[in-house]
Design a protein around this ligand. Structure first.
Ligand code: AMP
Length: 505
């Protein structure tokens, strides 16, 4: 078993490696040797982001407050301001907050308070479990905890893969109050009965989307299923994006009272010129060909919602003499990397990708992102268009919306806080698809083609978008004016919903 794990480890990136014989050979300490060493530059207080209420106005124990003040924090950052009143009340949150927002202090202060309040009542606190995707992050959390919680008298265990077991086992046996862990090693220790997950009264999942990107979903589920029921513990989840797959986790395994989001600096995509073209689904390919013909692009990333569509688009592009590759989740990792390097080197200037395939891969610095399909998940839109306009360059993000996916636009615009300008394609923007041997019309291949009428009974995106969209059409590039679809609320009350009731976690 250990040998298989060892072999598997060789194929994993360093930060994802789980424990094995190789790990045992490394004499590294489980926690930093100098936990109280000088605060590194990147962890220094940032007063410019701390504009919320004063910490002394929060119901905090003097021990907790002393640690906060000694760290140099006076006022809350936005995420602290929004989250702490809820978490200090014992409730669960899912917070969209990135590194740099002050999220670490939210969960650490919540843990400290919970522990001290239990102590005041003469009750056992149980344990706090903080899950982090990488060793580096886990160690950073530990250092922050040492600094912020210096007067709270809590004991820590830092459980990481790739380092010696002894010290970690000792820390667990010494009944650590706060366990900061990467998933792999924690599972290993759980299997050896060295960590009892049922003692966890407060669960923190940090950088949840990164954990999912790194393939930790099964590990997380393994751990979550063994915790006590979500009604008997507090759950705090932090993630750079609250995407559907992250929220799915919270629905299943956490009792979340509030979803919190803070001002998204990554949404300030001012250098990206965004537009939507409304088009009938049956005309979309020809519009794509027309856009590739009209736009002056260097490198184009085309996103589709499905693998099948990615393959189809790549095939059509090849049939029209465009050098392109498709990258889907089916492609082995090695091939994905070589496809990507051909794209990045400019050898193949068009890449057709699904979101899953492009996730975790560094594809950026492209001149054009074309959303061949409107993403179903609004966070994906931000990820997609973030691939362009890097490093001060300008970029263009074009979205093709048809009657099948136009409803996905409203939630995206809600997230962005803006209307994506609509540009109505002119008739001569539609090109013949030569891969089909010019079967679609009598025009000469490669020349602009007249726009076709939608088949009888079919609806164009314009029709689907309602009469106001037609008004917008007359105004050409004016912002789209059709009504917004309401995003189904993902908030959950404290009671279990159907999924939660089913999960029995
Ligand atoms: P984090 O998002 O937890 O990684 O924290 C980012 C940075 O913000 C760290 O350098 C913290 O020291 C700093 N920070 C967090 N909370 C505050 C606060 N309330 N006041 C000033 N700086 C803070």
């Amino acid at each position: 078993m250990k040998f298989i794990q060892f072999l598997l480890n060789l194929f994993r990136p360093q930060e994802q490696r789980v424990d094995g014989p190789a790990a045992l050979e490394q004499p590294t300490a489980a926690v930093p040797e100098e936990p109280t060493a000088a605060v590194p530059e990147e962890r220094k207080p940032r007063v410019e982001i701390a504009t919320g209420r004063a910490f002394r106005d929060l119901p905090l124990h003097p021990e907790v407050l002393r640690g906060i003040e000694a760290t140099g924090f006076e006022r809350c950052t936005e995420v602290q301001d929004k989250a702490l009143p809820i978490t200090l009340d014992g409730q669960g949150i899912a917070a969209q907050a990135q590194t740099g927002s002050g999220k670490t202090a939210v969960f650490l202060i919540s843990i400290f308070e919970k522990a001290l309040r239990a102590r005041d009542r003469g009750e056992s606190f149980g344990k706090a479990l903080i899950l982090a995707p990488t060793r580096e992050l886990a160690l950073q959390i530990y250092r922050d905890a040492e600094a912020l919680g210096r007067d709270c008298g809590l004991r820590y265990a830092v459980i990481l893969g790739g380092v010696a077991y002894e010290q970690q086992i000792e820390a667990l046996k010494a009944d650590a109050d706060v366990v900061i862990a990467t998933p792999g090693r924690l599972i290993d220790l759980m299997k050896q009965q060295l960590f009892d997950p049922r003692q966890v009264t407060i669960l923190v999942v940090d950088e949840a989307d990164r954990m999912l990107d790194m393939g930790f979903i099964r590990d997380l589920r393994y751990i979550f299923r063994r915790l006590r029921h979500y009604d008997q513990r507090q759950s705090l989840l932090f993630s750079a994006t609250l995407s559907a797959r992250v929220l799915e986790l919270t629905y299943e395994y956490m009792n979340i009272s509030e979803e919190i989001s803070v001002n998204r600096k990554d949404l300030l995509v001012e250098t990206v010129e965004q537009c939507v073209h409304h088009v009938g689904a049956n005309e979309k390919l020809r519009l794509l060909l027309g856009l590739l013909h009209r736009e002056s692009w260097e490198r184009v990333l085309i996103f589709t919602n499905t693998k099948a569509e990615a393959m189809r688009v790549a095939q059509v592009l090849a049939g029209n003499d465009y050098s392109s590759n498709a990258i889907t989740g089916d492609l082995p990792q090695k091939q994905r990397i070589s496809t990507l390097s051909r794209f990045m080197s400019g050898q193949v200037p068009i890449l057709v990708a699904t979101d899953v395939a492009s996730r975790g891969l560094h594809v950026d610095d492209v001149s054009h992102v074309i959303n061949y399909d409107v993403p179903q998940d609004r966070e994906e839109y931000v990820h997609r268009i973030g691939r362009t306009a890097r490093a001060g360059k300008t970029g263009k993000a074009i979205t093709l919306a048809t009657e099948r996916d136009v409803h996905n636009l409203a939630p995206i615009e809600e997230l962005l806080g803006l209307k994506i300008p609509v540009v109505w394609p002119e008739e001569d923007w539609f090109m013949t698809d030569r891969s089909r041997g010019g079967r679609q019309g009598t025009e000469r291949p490669g020349v602009p083609q007249r726009r076709r009428r939608p088949p009888t009974g079919g609806r164009t995106a314009e029709a689907a978008a309602g009469p106001k969209a037609a008004e917008a059409k007359s105004a050409r590039a004016k912002p789209r004016a059709e009504g917004r679809g309401r995003r189904p609320s993902r908030r959950r009350g404290r009671g279990a919903g159907p999924r939660q009731a089913e999960s029995g976690s």
